[in-house]
Structure formats: structure tokens, C-alpha cells
Ligand binder design. Structure first.
Ligand SMILES: Cc1cc2nc3c(=O)[nH]c(=O)nc-3n(C[C@H](O)[C@H](O)[C@H](O)COP(=O)(O)O)c2cc1C
Ligand SMILES: [Mn+2]
Length: 451
């Protein structure tokens, strides 16, 4: 399987041609790209991949909205649309380590020293109130300075100068921990940002799991072959050999810079904060490189994150409640779980597993297996008819959550809650649901009544 963005685009064009739109008309990267994505989504109910060929102020074309459809993500994982969660779970279980290669297309153009200029890239401003242009589709590749294990994550970069950006590291996440380890040694953390990759790589980067779980091996499992990685020209960091663009850099120790306001995935624009500082050492890219963008807070961002998060939560719940039926993340910081309880207390154990497995999770609702968690009405029905709040709701104070949740007292310092909306003492012993007698259901043929 080819592991670059361009081959995947060709695959989409072949398999789902209506899903790919090329835009030759010139577009202003300030607001207009996001506006086109949002208008297509809201007014035309369409979410195609968009390739803007002519972007004001830059020679780089912009590709956006790539991940906005489950069927496209399934295509990237080489499975049917309903199989994405199962396929992701399989990848978590059977990772394929990456393979180092000596060179690759990402080295076709190498720009170092004075030739580094982030202003050559599209200066994309997404929402009203954003303080400036951001790179939103950068995947960070980094190595633990203390033990050499690797980590990948998406981190947004605010362009601050020709060779300077800020970076947002969620407190408590893995990259934050690596940066703090380097900083405590007085060292910069060497990193590299890949922009423009095959969506299997994007999905793998978002794997949530153990600190030493290597996201690159999950990328390989999703690709069905080892991810080919190549050494940076200015550091030992290894990056995807087939990326469109790689930004080689380091996160400086002991320095902070102002960042934001920026419109977040939560749907809110938060204010200015102090963030870590990135110094860029080199930029390498393919000839004719495509600059990838993700419209933060819109469908593609949410969908892309959801598949890896749900798979990890499914894995965590299954470890303690093997009869778990389904796991869904319907909104930021929220998780619905359905379980077939074989013993009392399992619903609460499922809640604890979710809260323990993902820093972002704040509210967990558990229902019985007869409730379809992909139908919000059914979840509300279970909440209304199987839950006594003074008995079934519990709150845990003073935990760590997302620093982008505007309701938290301090950035990310938050309470969490679990809601057991399963029937008690058991579904079997509970008031029975209304039903039409089975033999009548079989007998009634609508054609007899409405010929
Ligand atoms: C488009 C996109 C942008 C993201 N931006 C950030 C970010 O700026 N900072 C951050 O901490 N997490 C961000 N995330 C979420 C992290 O990438 C995600 O939580 C990841 O699993 C963290 O990995 P880690 O714990 O291995 O560091 C973003 C996710 C997506 C899909
Ligand atoms: Mn990680």
C-alpha cells in the first residue's frame, strides 16, 4: 500500500470521485478556506476533500477537509465504513514497527539556515478573533530524552516569525511530559512536524494509550506495512519519508511566548495564554508540496480524533468489563458506553475505566445493552427512566482534564462525573418494556391494510 498523501488522493478520486473537489479560483487564506468548508457542510450538506490550487501569498496549494467522512477514513484503513473501530482496535493489538530508510521524497527540497521561512507557507487564519495564522495539521515526532522511546501527536503551531512558532502542549499529555523532561535537564527537545500525510498516519498519531506505546507502529498497522521513516537533516529525529512537508525544529527550554486567542475544537475561542516556543532549523518538502490544513472545530477535526479515542476507551473498558457492547464519544469530553452487565457494579467499573484511560473524558454515561448509544434519544430515555441522580451520579473533584474546557476553574483542573443509567438491580428484574406480541407482529402485513 502506498503511504503518501498523493496516492491516497488518487484512491479517493478513483473510488469516490464525488468526494474530491479541485478549486482553481484564487482564495484568501484569511478566513475564506474555513468559510468554504463550513458553508459546504452547513448549506450543501457536503464534506468533500478540497484542493485549493491558488492561495493568495504562497506557491503552496492547500488541501483541507480530508478526514471529514467516515467512509474516507475507512478507505484509508482499507476496511468497510462500519468497520473503523474494529480495525483500529486490531491495529492497537498488532502494531507494526516502522522501518528506517536512507532517503525519501520528503528530501526532494531541503531548506536550512536563512532559507527557512514559515511565511512562505499559506498563512491560514481560521476564525474571527484568531490572533494570527496557524498550522493545524502538524504531526509532532519526538523522542524521550531519558530513554529513547518515541511519541507522535497533533499539536497546533502559531506562526510567530520566519523560524519561530508557539506550540500548544496539553498539560499531562505525552509530548508535554517529554518537553518537561528535556527542560528539567536544561535541554531543548528536538522535534519534527510532518504536514501532509496519508490519513492512516494521521489516525495513528492520535492513538491514546500507554506513555511508551509507539504511535508509529500503530500507523504501520493501519497502513498494513511498516511506516518508512528517514532521519532529519538537522537532528536524529525520524520522520515519515513520504510526507509532503517536514518542519525540523526544537522546543526551547525555559521560554514561553504568548499564544491565542484561537478558536478551539470545543467550539469556543479562548483567550491568550503563555505557551512553549519552537525554533525551526530546516524545512524539507516534496517537489510541488501540498500544504495540509484541518479546520479546527469542524467535522473533520472531530471525526479524525473520535475513531482513535473510541478504540482506546473500548480497549480500556473491555479489560475490566469484557461484556462491553459499544463505546461512543458523541461530544467533547463525553463518553457513552453500553454494557451487558453480568454482575452488579460493572457499570460503575466501566465509568472508572473510561475516566482512567483518557485525560479528556469528563462525563461518562453507562447504559444497558438494549439501549442504542448511537441514538441520543435512546440515551436520554435511559437517563430519564433508569437513573436516580442521588444514587447513580457521582462526582470526582480536583482531577486533570483538558485545558481547553472553558468551564474549568483553572485551565484543565476539573471535576468529572459518572452516570450509571443501567436498570437496577438488573435489566431482567426491571419494569418490562412495551412490546407487541411476537405472533401478532409476524402476522400483520401492512399491504393487507393499505393495499
Ligand atoms: C487537528 C488536531 C489538532 C490538535 N491540536 C492539539 C494541540 O495543539 N495540543 C494538544 O495538546 N493536543 C492537540 N490535539 C490532540 C492530541 O494530538 C491528542 O490528544 C494526542 O493523542 C496526544 O498524544 P500524546 O499524549 O502522545 O502526546 C490535536 C488533535 C487534532 C486532531
Ligand atoms: Mn503518546
Amino acid at each position: 500500500m502506498a503511504q503518501d498523501l498523493r496516492s491516497y488522493i488518487e484512491l479517493v478520486k478513483r473510488n469516490q470521485p464525488e468526494d474530491f473537489l479541485t478549486v482553481p479560483k484564487e482564495i484568501d487564506p484569511a478566513f475564506e478556506i474555513t468559510a468554504v468548508v463550513a458553508k459546504l457542510e452547513r448549506e450543501a450538506k457536503r464534506r468533500p476533500v478540497l484542493l485549493f490550487q491558488s492561495v493568495k501569498g504562497t506557491k503552496f496549494p492547500v488541501l483541507t477537509n480530508l478526514h471529514a467522512s467516515r467512509s474516507r477514513l475507512a478507505l484509508a484503513m482499507n476496511v468497510a465504513a462500519g468497520e473503523t473501530q474494529r480495525a483500529y482496535l486490531r491495529a492497537l493489538e498488532k502494531p507494526i514497527p516502522p522501518k528506517a530508510v536512507s532517503t525519501g521524497p520528503v528530501k526532494e527540497v531541503v531548506l536550512a539556515g536563512d532559507r527557512v521561512n514559515l511565511y512562505d507557507f499559506p498563512q491560514i487564519i481560521h476564525h474571527e478573533g484568531d490572533v494570527g495564522p496557524y498550522v493545524t495539521a502538524a504531526i509532532t515526532f519526538a523522542k524521550d530524552p531519558t530513554n529513547g522511546s518515541w511519541n507522535c501527536s497533533y499539536n497546533r503551531l502559531m506562526i510567530k516569525g520566519r523560524d519561530t512558532t508557539s506550540i500548544h502542549l496539553t498539560t499531562g499529555k505525552h509530548l508535554w511530559e517529554l518537553q518537561r523532561r528535556a527542560e528539567s535537564l536544561g535541554q531543548a527537545l528536538p522535534v519534527a512536524f510532518a504536514v501532509g500525510v496519508h490519513p492512516a498516519i494521521a489516525l495513528g498519531a492520535l492513538a491514546v494509550g500507554a506513555f511508551d506505546e509507539d504511535e508509529r507502529a500503530i500507523m504501520g498497522a493501519l497502513l498494513g506495512e511498516p511506516l518508512e521513516i528517514v532521519k532529519c537533516v538537522t537532528s536524529e529525529v525520524l520522520v515519515p519519508a513520504h510526507a509532503e512537508i517536514v518542519i525540523e525544529a526544537e522546543i526551547l527550554p525555559g521560554q514561553r511566548i504568548s499564544e491565542g486567542p484561537f478558536g478551539e475544537f470545543t467550539g469556543y475561542s479562548l483567550g491568550e495564554r503563555k505557551r512553549e516556543v519552537v525554533k525551526v532549523k530546516a524545512i524539507t518538502h516534496r517537489v510541488g508540496a501540498i500544504f495540509q490544513d484541518i479546520s479546527v472545530g469542524h467535522l473533520e477535526h472531530l471525526l479524525l480524533s473520535t475513531i482513535p479515542i473510541e478504540a482506546n476507551l473500548h480497549r480500556a473498558v473491555r479489560a475490566v468489563v469484557p461484556s462491553v457492547r459499544a463505546v461512543r464519544v458523541p461530544a467533547p469530553f463525553t463518553c457513552f458506553v453500553s454494557v451487558e452487565q453480568h454482575a452488579s457494579g460493572q457499570a460503575k467499573n466501566a465509568i472508572l475505566a473510561v475516566l482512567g484511560a483518557d485525560l479528556y473524558m469528563k462525563r461518562v454515561v453507562v447504559v444497558d445493552h438494549d439501549v442504542d448509544i448511537f441514538n441520543d434519544r435512546e440515551v436520554n430515555w435511559a437517563l430519564a427512566t433508569r437513573c436516580q441522580p442521588d444514587r447513580d451520579v457521582f462526582v470526582i473533584s480536583n482531577t486533570r482534564g483538558s485545558d481547553l474546557d472553558p468551564s474549568t476553574r483553572e485551565d484543565g483542573y476539573t471535576a468529572k462525573w459518572g452516570i450509571d443509567a443501567t436498570a437496577k438491580p438488573s435489566l431482567g428484574a426491571y419494569a418490562s418494556r412495551i412490546r407487541i406480541p411476537a405472533q401478532v407482529w409476524r402476522r400483520i402485513n401492512l399491504k393487507d391494510f393499505f393495499p
